[in-house]
Design a protein around this ligand. Structure first.
Ligand SMILES: Cc1ncc(COP(=O)(O)O)c(C=O)c1O
Length: 510
């Protein structure tokens, strides 16, 4: 173990910006050569006009800058080492941020005539073709605002497909597995399907017999993610897809964990009818939570393409690109317009800069980095790996368990997570619910981090575990070097205490 780098977050008593400043304080004052024309406001319909002026804080430019600098100094983010597992969080190259902030991208309005933003549409079309190449699918759309949204799109397409065949009344079940992301069963239920969840066997995936027993003429779709969020690849995937097709069901590939298999497998060749990729994770666009500015790129076969929601890109005889509505059979919009186009542009730039060889190299590196980490992590007392009887190499991530460490010391994985942040690493990802692996922790290296960074992360884990045995109270009372000590999650669970806006905060607390 190398000597751990020291870390201490800045701690500012930073007020909320809405309570700062003083009336009349300004960033810049501009001399106007003619007075502001207030009559322009009358162009707005009366019911949209503001009657009282909005209560904004009045601050100098420097105060604003200092405030946000202080806040940023209190967060770690990618300034530390962030091995946040599942779906591969990546560094977002600055050059791509520069590109999407150019007026040609940032100032395009989605209701503009397509002839006025042909360049952007060409990028969307090229990127669609790139994803076709890596998946084998016939067409991609970018409307879904994240992975869960793309899963929902698939569920609605499944409905449309079976409604069209007059089978919706009978095909009302979706089969998934206990380790699939919670959005898979949740979106299936939201679209009106009942969900069959298969349990895992010793290998870490359900048996083919369990799948066959669940399949019937009521099955609408099989939904799989492979490798899954534990890092295990189900080698029987083709057999599964064939069995589901034999039962007349569709097969959807939640490809969130694509990083370790990029350019090595193609969803179509495994038999899938549709798949999704996370542009905001695997493809180098910023990760954004809760369906924010993200994209779950959804691709499907020609057979399903007629159910896709518009607006869809179409090339006219003159070679120009235009936007057309989806077919009458199409599912309605699930998000606005064509989706978050700056995310597509970043993902396109990232993919072009990688090239197909780069994607292959990144996949290889991410598997190598994960297996390097695994060898070191498994030598830490108290740490084991999920499904140890499965001797196959994990791919781009491994789920570990601190069950023994907790039994020996009373220190939980949440305590270890807090303590690790004291060493300047981002709080590691544990597991989605339900936690069927006790005290889980799931780091994912991806291709970005150097060996020194990976070693630093492992050293932080090793140090925290060693402390759990030697000084459990030190770990239980962590973090000690962070701006905020501990958040109480009681507030997150009680709607009476939620205050997600300044207005609700003042209503509830002032
Ligand atoms: C396998 C899998 N599918 C879907 C999702 C949901 O993606 P998003 O957060 O973009 O909605 C995740 C996110 O962690 C995931 O791991």
């Amino acid at each position: 173990m190398t000597e751990l780098k020291k870390y201490q977050s800045a701690v500012w008593s930073e007020p909320i910006v809405l309570t700062m400043g003083s009336p009349g304080r300004r960033g810049q004052r501009f001399a106007l050569d003619r007075p502001v024309d207030h009559t322009l406001g009358e162009l707005l319909p009366a019911h949209l006009r503001r009657e009282k002026s909005v209560k904004l804080p009045e601050l100098s430019e420097f105060e604003v800058l200092r405030h946000y600098e202080h806040l940023s100094q209190q967060t770690l983010g990618m300034m530390g080492v962030s091995l946040f597992g599942t779906c591969t969080m990546k560094y977002n190259p600055r050059v791509n941020e520069r590109l999407v902030n150019k007026p040609e991208v940032a100032e395009v309005h989605p209701l503009q005539d397509p002839s006025t933003f042909q360049g952007t549409l060409e990028i969307v079309d090229s990127f669609d073709h790139m994803l076709r190449e890596v998946s084998g699918m016939d067409r991609f759309v970018f409307q879904a605002g994240g992975g869960a949204d793309a899963a929902y799109l698939h569920m609605t397409l499944t409905r449309a497909y079976f409604a069209d065949r007059g089978e919706l009344g009978t095909r009302n079940e979706i089969i998934t597995t206990i380790q699939s992301h919670p959005c898979n069963p949740a979106t299936a239920a939201a679209a009106g399907f009942s969900v069959i969840t298969l349990p895992l066997e010793e290998d870490g995936y359900p048996s083919t017999e369990a799948l066959r027993a669940a399949l019937s003429d009521r099955t609408a779709a099989l939904v799989m993610n492979n490798p899954d969020d534990i890092g295990i690849y189900n080698p029987r995937v083709k057999e599964w897809v064939d069995a589901a097709h034999d039962a007349g069901a569709l097969c959807f590939y939640d490809h969130a964990n694509f990083n370790g298999v990029m350019t090595r497998i193609r969803a179509r060749e495994l038999g899938f009818d549709a798949c999704m990729f996370m542009l905001h994770k695997t493809f180098g666009s910023p990760k954004s939570g809760s369906g924010g500015p993200a994209i779950g790129a959804y691709g499907c076969t020609d057979e399903l393409a007629k159910y896709l929601p518009g607006p869809l890109l179409e090339r006219t005889d003159s070679g120009a690109l235009t936007l057309v509505e989806g077919s009458d059979k199409g599912v309605g919009r699930i998000r606005e317009f064509m989706g978050n186009l700056p995310v597509v542009i970043r993902a396109y730039c990232w993919s072009r800069s990688m090239g197909i060889q780069g994607l292959r190299e990144a996949a290889n590196l991410s598997v190598l980095a994960n297996n390097y980490m695994e060898t070191r992590i498994l030598s830490i007392p108290g740490v084991s790996k999920a499904f140890p009887d499965n001797k196959l190499f994990r791919l781009e991530m491994t789920r570990y368990s601190l069950e023994k460490l907790t039994a020996d010391t009373g220190v939980t994985v949440l305590d270890i997570q807090n303590r690790m942040t004291d060493f300047g690493v981002d709080a590691p990802w544990l597991s989605h619910d339900p936690w069927f692996i006790p005290e889980p922790i799931t780091p994912e290296a991806g291709e970005l981090w150097s060996r020194e960074d990976l070693d630093h992360w492992i050293d932080a884990l090793a140090q925290s575990c060693e402390e759990a045995y030697a000084q459990p109270e030190l770990v239980k009372s962590a973090p000690h070097n962070q701006a905020i000590h501990k958040l109480s999650d009681a507030q997150f669970s009680d709607p009476d205490t939620w205050a997600t806006t300044w207005r609700s905060y003042t209503r509830k607390y002032q």
